[in-house]
Design a protein around this ligand. Structure first.
Ligand SMILES: NC(=O)c1ccc[n+]([C@@H]2O[C@H](COP(=O)([O-])OP(=O)(O)OC[C@H]3O[C@@H](n4cnc5c(N)ncnc54)[C@H](OP(=O)(O)O)[C@@H]3O)[C@@H](O)[C@H]2O)c1
Length: 285
């Protein structure tokens, strides 16, 4: 990759940032497509966020991704945000259009794209159980509701977070039947029978732990999607395979949210297969 006076700059703002796989993913693709772009990691402390966002304008940076802890706080510093990002209350992508900074959230859409492209699954007419009620769950819930899911349940260790999430979105999506459930196996056993898709959005699985969900109560056609991508095969996915269910890891969501950001900045369709292979190779090492 040769940097010259015409190179367009993109990147990611987070704190810490050293764990991010996005520079590898985007730079590989820029090089592959011969695009004169570069993607840089920026370690930005919370107290420096406003200054860093202004720098995007001043230094004519084309666009950036945001990661922990900036996704919510950044909204106050942008000129406008799109409808989905507003509903989610978080921005993971900024586009700089002639110094006007526009915020998007591609996490939930990336999840939907992965469902469609990796699994041929549409949320229309489906009953979905989301495990977890944190930031990722919010984005996924909004996208599933926008995508036409008629029934969405949320279960969470801290039950009142699940309740709050459901309360907030019941008014905004009146046609969706929402429910909040405590994260205990006796309760879950009663509702798994009609679940088409179970999504783990908790961080459980990253350290080899398992929530030990009663997967045998799911129909054999059910899909288990674990958004954790490191490790690629979590204990939940292993248990799902043992139960004869379709199991999918979080690499697809990571790749498709990146592909959507890439398209926003370059107007070019990203080669998702190359993105996925690049990340899988790194995660297997
Ligand atoms: N594939 C992708 O592209 C992608 C994108 C975003 C995030 N992720 C992954 O998704 C995970 C969650 O991210 P996030 O941003 O939503 O985090 P977050 O906002 O901190 O939420 C964490 C969630 O995990 C639950 N949790 C944590 N430890 C638990 C435990 N021991 N038992 C039961 N529940 C537990 C929390 O429950 P409480 O409310 O009870 O604390 C909460 O619901 C992370 O592993 C992240 O890497 C993947």
């Amino acid at each position: 990759m040769e940097i010259d006076a015409d190179t367009k700059i993109t990147g990611i703002l987070g704190h810490p940032i050293h764990h991010s796989l996005s520079p590898l993913m985007h730079n590989t693709v820029f090089k592959h497509l011969g695009l004169n772009y570069v993607y840089l990691p920026f370690d930005v402390k919370p107290e420096d966020l406003k200054c860093a966002i202004n720098a995007i304008r001043c230094m004519n940076i084309v666009g950036v991704n945001l990661t922990i802890p900036h996704k919510e706080k950044v909204i106050a510093h942008l000129d406008r945000i799109d409808t989905e990002a507003e509903l989610i209350g978080a921005v993971n992508t900024i586009e700089n259009i002639d110094s006007e900074l526009v915020g998007f959230n591609t996490d939930g859409q990336g999840f939907l794209e992965s469902l469609k492209n990796d699994l041929g699954f549409s949320p229309k007419g489906k009953s979905i159980l989301i495990v977890g009620a944190g930031g990722a769950a919010r984005g996924i819930l909004v996208s599933l509701a926008l995508g036409g899911a008629p029934k969405i349940s949320v279960t969470n260790r801290t039950y009142n977070r699940a309740e709050k999430l459901i309360e907030e979105f019941s008014d905004r999506f009146p046609s969706v039947k929402f429910s909040a459930l405590p994260l205990d196996n006796n309760t879950l056993k009663n509702c798994l029978g009609d679940t088409d898709l179970l999504i783990n959005t908790t961080s459980v699985g990253m350290n080899g732990d398992s929530l030990r969900l009663p997967l045998s109560y799911l129909p054999k056609s059910a899909i288990i999607y674990d958004i954790v991508y490191n490790p690629l095969k979590t204990p939940l996915l292993r248990e799902a395979e043992e139960a004869g269910l379709t199991a999918h890891n979080g690499l697809g969501m990571l790749v498709f949210q990146g592909a959507l950001s890439f398209k926003i900045w370059t107007d070019v369709d990203a080669p998702v297969k190359l993105m996925k292979e690049t990340l899988a190779k790194r995660l297997f090492l």
